[in-house]
Write a protein that binds this ligand. Structure first.
Ligand code: GLU
Length: 447
């Protein structure tokens, strides 16, 4: 079979087996449509079923999470951990608590994580977990009970050498702290069983900032590769969580002007530059209601809905909210706004239609699995510090983060040249990671 026929056969088999898992199919499709030249150079991969083995998770754990709210009402949620690939080390990837969590979302994230983790150059396999629990509006005691119930089940399947979860949407220091405490109660002390821990219980300095900072380091490398840099650029960011807010801080520090930001309540455009202190105050004290922003910044405008639908001139888009947040139509609006660079901060924020619009318009596009790898990269550094029983300074971790992002970018540039890919950073990232993982699968035999 030709390389393309093999790819099509694998994708159509997955579509037949999992017709409802659209995010998972989208993520696999996006990688596999990029790797034809690698398969052409390795016809033996078909007989070894390399594509099937890389797309299929090693293990999917699905469980019930039962917990009681403050009124005594009992609730049931669906909990998951997808242990996607251990060829590059222990399963590694975050836990997401969000009502949009499904098996398909978990499988897409775990698949992406496997590629992302391989790009960091650190020895980490790929996994992802979560639950369809909505933490919004829940009391601290309810969050603690939920975290404990989730970890009671998950603790049977993870350890610091086997599977190391971290945070993601809806899971920050507080949740990791509660889950770490519950793990310890059940299994004993294992400092490295979770990353993204509060610094006081063995977390790494700069882990909270790492994803957002890393995105901007990576964006700046792409801009430099295109003869410019981020200083003086007009930037729009979606998402006011850890990823978006620290990307905004770093972009501003490097001389960019962040003129817009958004969250689930809507978006704000402020030509004076977004004031992140106000955004953080709104997030903490006003139920994230961004419509409050113009009260203290009268030149700013608030609008409900997606920031990607807004008509405003800018240079760099950093989608840092969630998967499939940019539709095809919104991608066209981004193009019409004169944007030159889209660097993905969230995992798979661009729909397949949006990616096509960006391609058709020669948008310079930084793919999530490379651009947002700084978060898990510093998780890898947290594991190292835990094993060494040491703590590195903020500056030391930040410098290593810089090194990781530079290493990823250099490998992408080398791949662009080797495969004559022009400025197609996404295809280069997929090829580079796929080659690594495929070789690791082959080396470890038929297992
Ligand atoms: N959830 C983050 C991601 O999507 C971080 C995972 C980790 O630190 O293990 O990469």
């Amino acid at each position: 079979m030709t390389a393309n026929a093999y790819i099509e056969r694998v994708i159509s088999t997955l579509e037949e087996k999992h017709p409802d898992q659209k995010e998972y199919l989208q993520a696999v499709h996006e990688v596999y449509e990029a790797i034809t030249p690698v398969l052409e150079a390795h016809p033996e991969y078909e007989k070894q079923a390399i594509l099937e083995r890389i797309a299929t998770p090693e293990r999917v754990i699905s469980f019930r999470v039962t917990w009681q709210d403050d009124e005594g009402q009992v609730h049931v949620n669906n909990g998951y951990r997808v242990q996607h690939s251990s060829v590059n080390g222990p399963y590694k990837g975050g836990i997401r608590f969000d009502p949009t969590v499904t098996l398909s979302v978990m499988k897409f994230l775990a698949f992406e994580q496997t590629f992302k983790n391989s790009l960091t150059g650190l020895p980490m396999g790929g996994g992802k977990g979560g639950a369809d629990f909505n933490p919004r509006g829940r009391s601290d005691a309810e969050i603690m009970r939920f975290c404990q119930a989730y970890m009671t089940e998950l603790s049977k399947y993870i350890s610091q050498d086997q599977d190391v979860p971290a945070g993601d949407i809806g899971v920050g220091h507080r949740e990791i702290g509660y889950m770490y405490g519950q793990y310890k109660r059940l299994q004993g002390v294992q400092l490295g069983v979770l990353t993204g821990k509060p610094v006081s219980v063995g977390g790494s300095l700069a882990r909270t900032e790492a994803t957002g900072f890393g995105i901007v380091y990576f964006a700046n490398q792409i801009l430099k590769h295109n003869g410019t840099d981020i200083s003086g650029k007009r930037v729009i960011i979606s998402g006011t969580g850890n990823v978006g807010s620290f990307a905004a801080d770093k972009a501003t520090e490097l001389g960019a002007k962040v003129i817009g930001i958004s969250n689930i309540t809507g978006s704000v455009i402020d030509e004076d530059g977004i004031n992140m202190n106000t955004i953080r105050d709104i997030a903490a004290n006003h139920a994230e209601d961004l419509s409050k922003y113009p009260e203290t910044h009268p030149n700013a405008t608030f609008a409900e809905g997606s920031i990607w639908a807004r008509e405003v001139q800018y240079d760099v888009a950093l989608p840092c909210a969630t998967q499939n947040e940019i539709s095809g139509e919104q991608a066209q609006q981004i193009v019409d706004n004169g944007v030159e660079f889209v660097i993905e901060g969230a995992n798979m924020p661009s729909t397949a239609e949006a990616v096509q619009v960006f391609r058709d318009n020669d948008m310079i596009f930084g793919p999530a699995k490379a651009a947002n790898a700084g978060g898990v990269g510093v998780s890898g550094l947290e594991m190292s510090q835990n094993s060494l029983r040491l703590r590195w300074t903020f500056e030391e971790v930040d410098e290593r983060l810089h090194g990781i992002m530079e290493g990823i970018f250099q490998n992408i540039v080398d791949t662009l040249e080797e495969y004559d890919l022009g400025k197609d950073y996404a295809t280069a990232a997929n090829i580079y990671a796929f080659k690594n993982i495929a070789e690791l699968v082959r080396i470890q035999g038929v297992i």
